[in-house]
Design a protein around this ligand. Sequence first.
Ligand code: F6R
Length: 369
Amino acid sequence: EKGGYASFMLKEIAEQPKAVADTLLGRIDGSGALTLDEVRIPANVLRETDKVVIVACGTAFHAGLIAKYAIEHWTRLPCEVELASEFRYRDPILDQQTLVIAVSQSGETMDTLMALRHAREQGAHVLAICNTNGSTIPRESDAVLYTHAGPEVAVASTKAFLTQLVACYLVALYLGQVRGTKWADEIRAVVRDLSSIAGAVERVLETMEPVRELARSLAGKDTVLFLGRHVGYPVALEGALKLKELAYMHAEGFAAGELKHGPIALVEDDLPVVVVAPSPRGRSVLHDKIVSNIQEIRARGARTIVIAEEGDEAVAPYADHLIRVPATPTLLQPLVATVPLQVFACELATARGNEVDQPRNLAKSVTVE
Ligand code: F6R
């Protein structure tokens, strides 16, 4: 069943290029337009939408955090992202003009289900992004965009996460297309870039041996920190979550700009800090800022592990370990930058003698609130 892999998790990490390609399949036509016929929410409703709210848990929540950047940029609609378990209890402001997106691999997560029920009671339209056909969350939603990751067996979500990202980008681009946006040219370009992203993920997977080696060398550590900016921030959160759940290590993700507001006090000699560097092209301000953050932590003794785009030479002098990922547009970078973090957590957990497919205390589908 594991197809020659030592764990389902390794198999599922390896399946990501296909999962990504399958999730795009049939959803973009020859002219580069999105054909999301399955999103049965009528175009006029989507045009009248004045706010998007994303609800999800865990890894799916991190996909939602990334989606916010894409949705707000491409559609200019305000977008909130909230942990499903918190959402219902704060009396959220929802009405017929709110589009709620519930993201869930299993389609059975009780917190997410309760959040979407609450949203529908308030009259909001609910779109599910889900990996499991016929599960409860899509059944109770107005519409569903299925991710085509195939069955995910390992408890830690990997390929489902990448396909959730793809689905979120598709929804963001579709909303932009339906509503009309000043970014029409950019949207067309991104659709082209999405079509080559599976290949980029494949290339990342081919270069993971040094990441595995590095992970093994850190098996005796107690703490690993993760830093990012912009969409790299949720990627950092996801890297930390994977390490917690699999390696049972203390791991935290921070927005790199927050360092000086507290977390930098944690940095001590030889502390491993993983930094997700944004592309130096495009939003170069972000890149300059991350380079100074890397310098700051390194000056305080951190062992810097930097995930950076191919050709990004500015970070190289400050990286004790450099992990290269192919160049992508800034918003799409999580699709490639997350992969080394999955491999890192899986290998580190294995080196610590943990069972990666069945981490302690966790279940694949959380059907209690
Ligand atoms: C982390 C993980 C969990 C799930 C979360 C939501 O690797 O697997 O954090 O992402 O329990 O599950 P779904 O997506 O099934 O709603």
